[in-house]
Design a protein around this ligand. Structure first.
Ligand code: G4P
Length: 292
């Protein structure tokens, strides 16, 4: 169950969260920001830059098993062009997680050199995980914790109760992630978060959401989507998305009494299949913001 479904962000809560994250940031050298590789823009927190200031950061593009491979590569190149280190990972299978220590080392290079110059031989680097709900923070921490024995420590200067996991030699991770909020003020961001299931369906109109998703899918035309719903012979560009929802519902035999199509059921089915990547490995947001 994602935290998005239980946490209702409100100003007081956000202030408290910011305070907690600032306190945790004092204990770490670097930050690993987890985002959803399918929606790299919408799954980021708008205030993170201001919160972490100049602290070195690695972006973990999680759920890369569900994102388009080419798109993920384009994103990583896009970040690299900005001098930002990003790594595509999949916390379900553990793919690429072994590259995390090297990525942290890359962003910490200058700081490590300074530490060494001050006489610290093999400084231990500490990182914390941050991200909006549902991006896979717990999955990441659980994976790393499973691979690496948990280490409980009460060090001087370290708040009691903080646990650190040893990830590799001289690299430790704080056990508690910083849970941040997504943008609230942008309709498209909300829509994209809802596509992936990060926002609960009770707060959105599922049929409207499915229609918006179909608008996107009919222009992108992913092969798996076309074959799954046998849309090969359709002129998708000239089909209204609501009509497409009806066609899909009909093809799946989703009828209500009187022969009408149950578009609500069709919408729920479509969203479920999209979220499970059954319609293909689809990235909704591309660098440069093609989708508005
Ligand atoms: P959070 O702490 O940031 O809120 O996220 P969490 O780890 O709880 O992950 C949210 C959902 O995303 C979970 O699914 C989790 O299994 C899934 N997930 C995390 N990382 C990946 C990934 O790399 N690939 C895929 N495909 N899924 C990922 P859930 O449906 O809430 O739970 P469950 O299916 O694990 O029972």
């Amino acid at each position: 169950m994602s935290e998005m479904q239980t946490i209702q962000w409100f100003p007081g809560h956000m202030t408290k969260t910011k305070r907690q994250i600032r306190a945790s940031l004092k204990l770490v050298d670097a930050v690993a920001e987890i985002i959803d590789a399918r929606i790299p823009v919408s799954s980021r927190n708008p205030d993170l830059n201001q919160l972490i200031q100049n602290k070195p950061r690695v972006i973990l593009m999680n759920k890369c098993d569900m994102a388009n491979r080419t798109a993920t590569k384009l994103w990583i190149d896009h970040y690299a062009a900005q001098g930002v280190t990003a790594l595509a990972v999949d916390c379900k299978s553990g793919r690429n997680l072994n590259q995390f220590p090297a990525a942290v080392n890359t962003v910490m290079q200058e700081k490590i050199a300074r530490m060494k110059a001050k006489g610290m031989k093999n400084p231990t680097i500490r990182v914390m995980i941050v991200g909006i709900p549902n991006v896979g923070k717990s999955s990441f921490i659980n994976r790393i914790a499973k691979q690496n024995r948990a280490k409980v420590e009460d060090r001087p200067g370290v708040t009691r109760g903080n646990q650190w996991f040893t990830i590799s030699k001289n690299l430790e991770m704080l056990d508690t992630p910083g849970v941040l909020w997504p943008r609230f003020d942008d309709k498209i961001v909300g829509e994209h978060l809802a596509f992936t299931g990060a926002v609960k369906d009770q707060v959105v109109d599922v049929e409207l959401l499915a229609v918006r998703l179909l608008e996107f899918l009919k222009s992108l035309k992913p092969a798996e989507f076309i074959t799954r719903f046998k849309l090969e012979d359709m002129d998708l560009d000239n089909t209204d998305p609501y009509e497409l929802l009806q066609i899909i519902g009909k093809k799946r035999g989703m009828l209500i009494s009187g022969g009408e199509i149950d578009t609500e059921r069709a919408a729920i089915m479509l969203l479920d299949e999209f979220r499970a990547a059954k319609l293909g490995r689809i990235t909704v947001e591309m660098p440069g913001g093609e989708r508005k």
